[in-house]
Ligand binder design. Structure first.
Ligand SMILES: Nc1ncnc2c1ncn2[C@@H]1O[C@H](COP(=O)(O)OP(=O)(O)OP(=O)(O)O)[C@@H](O)[C@H]1O
Ligand SMILES: [Mg+2]
Length: 361
């Protein structure tokens, strides 16, 4: 096992050829993956890609049409949610609004028949773990808590169940950006601290990248790529995955039979040098990250050079982002350090072949 692999390579959850059909529509299509004990595993994909459907099957709220879900080697397809003491979904609005923060957290312990003293001790521990001072929050009404506080209470309650795996379906999507970032960090810290297996769903690859040991990217019910965030970032399998990573440039190129390609922008066709041979007539996408593009000085050598018009610039703090036009309707995104700021309106854009990748569309 590589040192960079997740805490343990032992699979706790195996998803084998799992399919879910609603009538003739296939929402989840023969999906395979394993979640390792103690890892933070995230399913990420656009709206409608099947994330919630998949999660509902994993927790027992929905039965697979075919395939197997195994927990520590045992098939659990037909086990209802309440007989899966190992699993628990954490959703933002599943708190009891009429109970106090403390009583919400203690609820799972009460079902288990713990004494009020034991429950209170554990609830205090969990509230502290989630940075909710028990002196202030234990008796507080849920209705008087902010969105972020409720998220923490919900997480404290999920932890009180002490499940083997915690499942999350977009728990932070309703929060503002600052709070979301803060809770992402806290979730990751809690997962590390408790060594619990987290299986998380989000449509934000950025969120997935921040927290996860491994990420699976879903598209129309199927998995496109599974890997560590750094692997996916460095080697996206195709243009869909690359596009999902945010601001990237994907140039449609047609192979010239050698390591050259043509980019037809409508008004003009640009001849580009490619990082690998591409058969004549074959179409692929050329991935170039914004930070790999630079404005060339007169006479500067580059693997490719393209004349552009600079349309606008935005400050990203220490960096500046430019939108440049190659031809009408064909723009590229460039990111440079503030020290390299240009005020020109026309420029030559360059990049090195090693900084580009040919991807399937
Ligand atoms: N009970 C159902 N009956 C019919 N179709 C369904 C049902 N549940 C989900 N679907 C369909 O399955 C597809 C996947 O839905 P799902 O809720 O899993 O997507 P998602 O990835 O969670 O999307 P979002 O990011 O919007 O939450 C969608 O096209 C949805 O309309
Ligand atoms: Mg969903």
């Amino acid at each position: 096992m590589a040192a960079s692999d997740s805490p343990s390579a032992a699979p706790i959850l195996d998803v084998v050829g799992v399919t879910k059909r609603f009538g003739t529509f296939t929402a989840v299509d023969a999906v395979n993956f394993g979640v390792r004990d103690g890892e933070f595993f995230t399913l990420v994909g656009p709206s409608g890609s099947g994330k919630t459907t998949l999660l509902r099957m994993l927790v027992g709220m929905e039965k697979p049409t075919s395939g197997e879900i195994r927990l520590r080697g045992k098939v659990i397809n037909d086990l209802p949610p309440n007989q899966r003491p190992t699993c628990m979904v954490f959703q933002s609005l599943a708190l009891f609004p009429h109970l106090s923060v403390g009583k919400n957290v203690e609820f799972p312990l009460e079902i288990r028949g713990q004494s009020s003293g034991e429950r209170r001790t554990r609830a205090w521990e969990l509230l502290k773990l989630l940075h909710l001072d028990p002196h202030r929050y234990y008796d507080k009404n849920i209705a008087q808590c902010s969105g972020g506080e409720r998220q923490r209470v919900a997480l404290a309650r999920a932890l009180a169940y002490d499940p083997e795996i915690l499942f999350f379906d977009e728990p932070l999507s309703a929060l503002d950006a600052r709070l979301r970032k803060l809770l992402q960090k806290e979730l990751k810290d809690i997962q590390r601290g408790t060594k619990k297996t987290f299986c998380y769903v989000t449509h934000s690859l950025e969120e997935a990248m921040v927290m996860s040991d491994r990420v699976a990217i879903l598209r129309a019910g199927g998995i496109e790529q599974i890997g560590r965030p750094d692997e996916i970032y460095a080697s996206p399998k195709n243009a869909f995955v690359a596009e999902f990573m945010g601001e990237v440039n994907l140039l449609p190129v047609t192979g010239g039979g050698d390591s050259t390609g043509a980019w037809d922008t409508g008004r003009k066709t640009l001849a580009l040098a490619l990082p690998a041979p591409l058969a004549a007539g074959v179409q692929k996408k050329l991935l170039i990250r914004p930070e790999s593009l630079r404005f060339l000085r007169p006479g500067e050598v580059a693997g490719n050079r393209v004349p552009v018009r600079i349309l606008n610039e935005f400050s990203l703090g220490s960096r500046i982002q430019y939108h440049v036009e190659v031809a009408p309707g064909h723009t590229l995104t460039v990111e440079r350090l503030r020290e390299e700021r240009t005020t020109a309106t026309e420029a030559e854009l360059g990049w090195e072949l090693a900084d580009s990748q040919l991807l399937d569309a």
